[in-house]
Design a protein around this ligand. Sequence first.
Ligand SMILES: [Zn+2]
Length: 195
Amino acid sequence: MRDVKSADAEVRSAIPPAALVVKDIINSADLAAGTEELTTPAVLGGWLRSHGLVDTSPRLHEADLALVVAVREGLRQLLLVNAGHDPDTGVLDRCNAALRSTPLVVRFDATGRRALEAAEPRPVATAIATLLTAVDQARADGVWERLKVCARDECRWAYYDASRNRSGRWCSMTDCGNRVKMKRAYAARVGRTGE
Ligand SMILES: [Zn+2]
């Protein structure tokens, strides 16, 4: 089951916080349903605040929204890599171009951990810095590879693969997993009748 609703709180509570925020921002666009949460700069500001990526609701602009979306789609490609697929390099290029316009600096805290900080006092840059620090943290926690996007092309929903051997392929076995298997089984049947 897709762990987005409050009913899935148990699933969500099992995911380390750093991994959860990465998963949540990717799923702010549901490609299968064709829905987008981040519709305006104001909505984005509220989203970033409610997910702890900025401290206060920032005043954002259209360019900030485009920047976050570019980074979000880049992260979706990274999770596609985690799932064993080739990324769309055009999408990665757009993400990297967005990051070039958002200079970040490295800082160490008292525990010796590395964090990223915005080089300029721009709320959207602070949010990106916090988000990418979460990516680093997920790697440090050893859970980055468990963050994947669904193998079904039309879906690409981000999920946390909690399976023991990290062999999960779909956001949900009852939805995408079955659809892909039925499609394959149908293709195999059609193939045989053509012999
Ligand atoms: Zn899926």
